[in-house]
Design a protein. Sequence first.
Length: 316
Amino acid sequence: MSRSARVWLTAAVMLTVAGCAGQVDLGKSVTNRTTVKAAGSFNDDALRTVDPCGLLADDLLSTIGKKKQGVPDRRGYSECSHSVTDPASGKDIRFVVKVGADLIGAPKQVGKSIAGLGVFETRTSSGCSQTAVTTRGPDHGLVVAAYWDSGDPCDAAIKLLEGVVRTISEGKSKYDDTPGSLVRLNPCAAIDDKSAAAITGATTQKEPDDIRGCRYRTRPAYISVKYTIDFDPGQTARSYSPVKVDLTDKVKGAWQFKTNISPDKCQIEWVHRALSGNRGENVNVSFERDPPDPGQDPCAKAVEAARLVATKLATS
């Protein structure tokens, strides 16, 4: 996917409540970056340990409205949503929190700050997002989006963001430190430079998509590594006729597929660790060359990269 396309997609994700994966129990290296707060709770490594659904706790949401029944809806490791009822209007306010989001196109200058983090606002016809910039180069941040048709969603979003920043700075809402979990791992450390160059054909640059995804890019090819929480890829990719491939002695039956959206990109995905609720901690490794090379099989390259990632995870 082109950089410009990702700019549009990122903007859409920030203000869209996507289908959510529900409640589950989860029971360093890289990049030339500048951290906005040199130490503390807001660098990428620290934000990987934050459970976004814990940020939508009763005590925080109750300062804005009456929390709706049910548990927050999780989408992957870093995004969660829930609703409250505004006591004055009786209308629902829908919140989405995303931790460590990719902020492509974020303004270099911002007009306000919370706890030393620059904050900028984005309004749409359906809602408002407030974003605290946590890292520059690449630009990552905490995003709180609010959807409310009976009041100012920006006021609601900034109030929740203030609580989110305070909760994280106090070291709360953490994932358990579970052996074998992917939650703390940096995807930009999954493949060493020499191996990435051997697969793509040239020295690669590491480009984090967000704190859960990384591209090892050269021209005109790239490898992508992503960690997420999702269903069995054999089911989610069923419409693409996936086939099973064995990666290592321990990782057998990973799923290989191409999508209609990106027919030149070959993806390998497998469940690294099973979770409750019929979900798992999944690894997705893909390879794409643009324009494609008729003499090169992108799936052979994707399998090669996936084997490296699986082998590295076995010793992590």
